[in-house]
Write a protein that binds this ligand. Structure first.
Ligand SMILES: Cc1cc2nc3c(=O)[nH]c(=O)nc-3n(C[C@H](O)[C@H](O)[C@H](O)COP(=O)(O)O)c2cc1C
Length: 381
């Protein structure tokens, strides 16, 4: 008989387990958002305001949650969003996320601010790898793009909502930084979470692996990345050069309007991720799900969505509103923190099962058959 503990019942249970395992400082880094964190509430509220309009007596005996995008079939309409410093959650967090995504047949997006390198992650499992680019310095960005290309990444994601760092009060209060600065308060916090402390000490403290060389410019770049000192001059013209340098799929992450999407398409961009960075940048920016619902129906470019996805119902609502795929940010990080690689797989499977249940109860047998007729505004709100 298997001795594996049963998966936890819902994402909140993974979140609670994560909060017990991680020092407060790390949990705050994962959970935190900009300003007074109204944006987090807004991202969730956008989903709550929309209801399902189920169809009854339809044949849903066989259901198919897969989607096809760029001619490729994904078993679930999900990808793992790029998140920096995953190794602070668990050593080798990037590798665990990449392997778990690969086993589920889903893409994993590696952040520029990763704690395993582009090349290490390329070798982790056989899943599809996407690379998310932050431009700190254009010459260095060229090197990253070349490394991602050589390592076999299929897709480049340019994140466009981080010209500078959002004001994250929790990180300011805790003094969260990599490498850690051991203040008495941080030491107390770490001492109260011994399992985390032991795993980090065994492995060696995490570093920004893509910059890890003895080179002085790397150290400067690491510091710049920690403070999100991006190349704030990067504009549409600079995008043209990036487009020319990357021969495969290019996705912009963080656009928020139909007009900018048209401009991106004209610039040769292949898709967009509607995102407000999980409310970590501007506090009062529209929830991506609301933006999606306001887009004209004739958007030619595939639209992906993240920010606030916590359940399979959220994913199905996003698909009904026209998204082709959703990205999981904090959700899979809770799984990683709570139970390591197994926890990530459990969270993916749980959201997959919720998608399946929602399709059945909605009376729609295929994720690819969802559309706006299956949702409506909550008349009570
Ligand atoms: C801990 C953490 C780190 C993140 N780091 C990055 C990053 O390095 N690059 C990036 O483009 N987005 C980053 N994001 C944003 C995610 O890619 C994604 O947009 C966001 O998490 C989606 O919202 P959700 O967490 O509500 O699902 C980060 C998000 C979190 C929670």
């Amino acid at each position: 008989m298997s001795r594996h503990p049963a998966p936890l019942p819902d994402l909140d249970a993974y979140r609670r387990r994560a909060a017990r395992y991680l020092p407060r400082m790390v949990m705050d880094y994962v959970d935190g958002a900009a300003g007074s964190e109204r944006g987090l509430v807004r991202n969730r509220a956008a989903f709550a305001r929309v209801l399902f309009a189920p169809r009854r007596l339809t044949d849903v005996a066989q259901r198919d949650p897969s989607v096809t995008l760029w001619g490729q079939r994904y078993p679930l309409p999900l990808a793992i969003a790029p998140t920096g410093l995953n190794g602070v959650v668990r050593p080798d967090g990037d590798l665990m996320l990449a392997r778990a995504a690969g086993r589920a047949g889903l893409p994993f997006c590696l952040s520029t601010a990763s704690t395993s390198s582009i090349e290490q992650v390329a070798r982790a499992g056989d899943g599809e790898k996407w690379f998310q680019l932050y431009v700190l310095h254009r010459d260095q960005a060229k090197v990253f793009v070349k490394r991602a290309l050589d390592a076999g990444y299929t897709t480049l994601i340019l994140t466009v909502d981080v010209a500078v760092n959002g004001k994250r009060l929790r990180d300011q209060r805790s003094g969260f930084k990599v490498p850690f600065r051991m203040t008495p308060r941080i030491l107390m916090d770490v001492a109260r979470h011994p399992a985390w402390a032991v795993s980090q000490l065994r492995h060696g403290l995490p570093e920004l692996a893509n910059f890890a060389s003895a080179d002085a410019t790397d150290a400067t770049m690491q510091a710049a990345l920690m403070n999100r000192q991006m190349d704030a001059g990067f504009d549409w013209q600079a995008l043209e050069a990036l487009r020319a340098a990357w021969p495969h799929r290019l996705i912009l992450k963080g656009l928020t309007s139909a007009a900018e999407m048209r401009r991106a398409q004209a610039a040769g961009v292949d898709a967009v991720i509607l995102s407000n960075h999980g409310a970590r940048q501007l506090e009062d920016v529209a929830a991506p799900f609301d933006i999606l619902r306001g887009l004209p129906g004739d958007t030619a470019m595939p639209v992906l969505l993240d920010s606030g996805i916590r359940t399979g119902e959220d994913v199905v609502k996003a698909l009904c509103a026209g998204a082709r795929m959703c990205l999981l940010g904090r959700a899979t990080l809770y799984g990683l923190a709570a139970r390591g690689e197994t926890g990530i797989s459990e969270v993916i499977a749980m959201i997959g099962a919720e998608i399946d249940t929602t399709l059945a109860l909605l009376g729609c047998s295929r994720a690819s058959g969802l559309g706006p007729d299956y949702i409506l505004d909550d008349p009570v709100r």
